[in-house]
Design a protein around this ligand. Structure first.
Ligand code: FMN
Length: 212
C-alpha cells in the first residue's frame, strides 16, 4: 500500500495538470457517478470544480465525500454522463462514497474546502486512501490528443480557404487555450505553440508563450 501523501506522485500526477476521472458519490443513499476533471496544486490534495446544477455538486455538499475513479475506457466516461444506470458500483472502505467496479483504481477523499465560484463549486479533497484493481493505472490528460489535432488542423491550412480555413483557425485557437490550461509546461503545449508560431498566418494563439 502506497503512503497516502505520496499517492499522486507515485501515480505520475503533475502539478496543475488536469486529469479526466469519474467522480462517485451517494445521492440520498444511491450510488451516483459523473465524469469530472481533477487537478492537484500540491501533490497531496485534489481539487475539482463542479457545476452547481450537477447532481454531483449536491451530493458532495451533502456527504462531504467522494471517490475519484481512474479508467482509460472512454465508453465508461460516456456511460457516466448519458447511461448512468449501466454503471456498476462497489463501496469505498474509508469514506461514505461508492466506487466504480470497472475502474482501474480509485482514491477515497474527504472534502476539506468548498468555495463558491459562481456557476460552479470548487472542492478540495484530502486523500484518505487508495485502492487499485489493475497493475497499470492510466491518467487521462487531453493535451497529447489535442496537440495532434492542432498539428492536423495546421497542416491542412495551406490546402484550404474560406470557411474551412476559418474553421481550422478557430479550432487551433481553442486547442491552444485548452492545452495551456490542462497541461501547462508540457511537450504538448510546446508543440502547439511552435506549430502556431511557425504558421504562415497571423498566429492564432490567443496569448504568446511565456515558457521556454
Ligand atoms: C471528460 C469529462 C469531464 C468533465 N468535467 C467536468 C467538470 O470538471 N466539472 C463539471 O461540473 N462537469 C464536468 N463534466 C460534465 C459532467 O460529467 C456532466 O455535466 C454530468 O452530466 C454531470 O452529472 P450529474 O448531474 O449526474 O452530476 C465533464 C464531462 C466529461 C465527459
Amino acid at each position: 500500500m502506497m503512503e497516502e501523501k505520496k499517492i499522486l506522485e507515485a501515480l505520475g500526477f503533475r502539478r496543475d495538470w488536469t486529469y479526466e476521472i469519474i467522480a462517485a458519490t451517494y445521492s440520498g443513499g444511491r450510488p451516483h457517478a459523473a465524469a469530472m476533471g481533477i487537478c492537484t496544486r500540491d501533490l497531496s490534495s485534489i481539487t475539482l470544480e463542479v457545476y452547481k446544477t450537477a447532481q454531483t455538486c449536491e451530493n458532495i455538499l451533502s456527504t462531504r465525500c467522494f471517490t475519484v475513479n481512474f479508467t482509460k475506457d472512454v465508453f465508461l466516461f460516456y456511460e457516466s454522463v448519458y447511461e448512468k444506470e449501466g454503471l456498476k458500483y462497489g463501496k469505498a472502505k474509508n469514506v461514505h462514497a461508492p466506487c466504480l467496479k470497472d475502474a482501474e483504481a480509485f482514491i477515497e477523499l474527504k472534502v476539506i474546502d468548498a468555495t463558491d465560484l459562481g456557476d460552479r463549486m470548487g472542492f478540495a479533497g484530502e486523500i484518505i486512501s487508495f485502492a487499485k484493481k489493475e497493475e497499470v493505472i492510466h491518467l487521462l490528460n487531453r493535451a497529447d490528443a489535442l496537440a495532434l489535432e492542432c498539428l492536423i488542423a495546421a497542416s491542412k491550412i495551406p490546402h484550404v480557404s474560406g470557411r474551412e480555413k476559418e474553421f481550422l483557425l478557430e479550432e487551433i485557437r481553442y486547442i491552444s487555450r485548452t492545452v495551456s490550461k490542462v497541461a501547462p509546461g508540457s511537450a504538448a503545449e510546446k508543440a502547439v505553440l511552435k506549430t502556431c508560431s511557425g504558421m504562415d498566418q497571423p498566429c492564432p494563439c490567443s496569448r504568446p508563450s511565456t515558457r521556454a
